[in-house]
Design a binder for this molecule. Sequence first.
Ligand code: ATP
Ligand code: MG
Length: 588
Amino acid sequence: MDWKAIIKPRDGWAVVPNLKDYERTRATFSWHQARQQLDGLPDGRGINIAHEAVDRHAAGARADHLALRWLGKRGEVRDFTYKEFARLTNRFANVLTTLGVGKGDRVFLLAGRIPELYVSALGTLKNRSVFCPMFSAFGPEPIRQRLGIGDGRVLVTTAALYKRKVADLRQSLPQLEHVLLIGTPEETNTVPGAHNFHALMAAANDQYEIQPTNPEDLALLHFTSGTTGKPKGAMHVHQAVVAHHATGTYALDFHPDDIFWCTADPGWVTGTSYGIIAPFTHGITSIVDEAEFDAERWYGILQQQKVSVWYTAPTAVRMMMKVGVEVVRKYDLRTLRFIASVGEPLNPEAVVWGQDAFGLPIHDNWWQTETGGIMIANYPAMDIRPGSMGRPLPGIKAGIVQRQQDGTFTVVTAPGIEGELALRPDWPSMFRGYLHEEERYRKCFADGWYLTGDLAKCDADGYFWFVGRADDVIKSSGHLIGPFEVESILMEHPAVAEVGVIGKPDPVAGEVVKAFVSLKQQYQPSDELHRELIGFARTRLGAVVAPKEIAFLANIPKTRSGKIMRRLLKARELGLPEGDTSTLEGEA
Ligand code: ATP
Ligand code: MG
């Protein structure tokens, strides 16, 4: 923890942050009060995500405000106001009702970031069916698995994706009753047993009244990223929207005039909680880009769309760093006010790079599919300690716990001691179970804590520092080493673009640290660079923690949500079976 590197908040705010006084807000916050920021369904008929996200704005002062601007791969632009969005989502809810699909039924989505996906998501929630997004780049097997585990009754996808990935599976999915295909009639008419999405939408009524929705009714089924093993189906309920909204207020600092861009795909929880729900509940404008990462395209979008709040991921930041800061300088990004990142530890190097490139630090925050919303964050009005995930959100109680020999857990109170990151499970977007995996769910809880599976430490001022996933931590000569620490140091070397670090079994030390490094374009692997990197790490980390071995790889294996798959690096190193690779990037 290098205190010299602290980044202070800006002097003088053009827009005053929502969270100005952390201690005070924390002391006065309650979830009950956060719920009061939302409407609830009329006449006390419960709470429904889609009402908070769409209908209440469509019926109020924000009706003609831009809800979503969609940017197509080929330069197309489509705009949707809240009022238009309300009508479209009403139509989709009516489509489902007409098909006999109702409360609790699972509606799966397999599509790129196209407007129909957003309409289907919120229409599904209006109908009290369960929205289950899948990443469009999944291959047939991950699709079959998820539809199977999730008891998918409806699948909305494009004609092209269906033909390529689903048609051959249909026989093995007896519970899949309805397939709705996005595409021209020529594309869809030839597909047996499928409906044309647009034809159903055109025939549907654009008025719809959301039926009573219990706060505990199932709303979302999200599969985890599969970084550590087979993806789990985490179940979330309608009142999760209270947390989506509150975290939008505090962790993403939404203000009414914001133009927000969440770069995550709705195939992952970030792309749903923050790519769809949270910004809509605030009635602000969201940008959706259909295309994949391209540094110049992204800077162009930030400039042209006047994005003010931007939520992205470490993998994207590292790719931007690889392209270099000179490219950013060509763009006028003065409308940007706040940048946040999630999904993996954000190396201190990346936080500082943001400051140089955008004149703004990148604010790391931490959460999981299971938590449904942001739990620990760096806020605009607070000092940033680069490398720290920040401090718990108002309403979130986090602790570092250690398992004792008798199986109970004690809370670590001394600063800087590593243990498992645990949370008191009492916020609205907490998951309610892993579908069909009761035992696994039960094992996540002990002594009133939810155990996250991540190791962390907390400093004297309440900032949390990520150490590593419990599965990834390396035990070497009696020391516990978090891969993040080693990776962050190697990232500081100018030749290094990405790093994944594992523990390699060793007869003497138990495990030794091995690093897999991918180099920036202008560098080539060589014995000399190898020696230099080993020396560089040793000077900074000491002989025990520094890698004993470094291997150069053209690409580090990652999940489709951009997370380094250390378990795969390890399996490959040891010649062991690779396990579940359904979410591996490039496997489709
Ligand atoms: P699986 O549970 O299937 O192995 P996963 O844990 O990667 O996959 P997600 O729920 O998408 O699935 O990711 C949450 C995890 O990502 C966290 O538990 C943590 O390990 C990591 N993570 C997310 N944000 C951060 C962050 N800011 N710093 C460090 N780690 C983070
Ligand atoms: Mg996980």
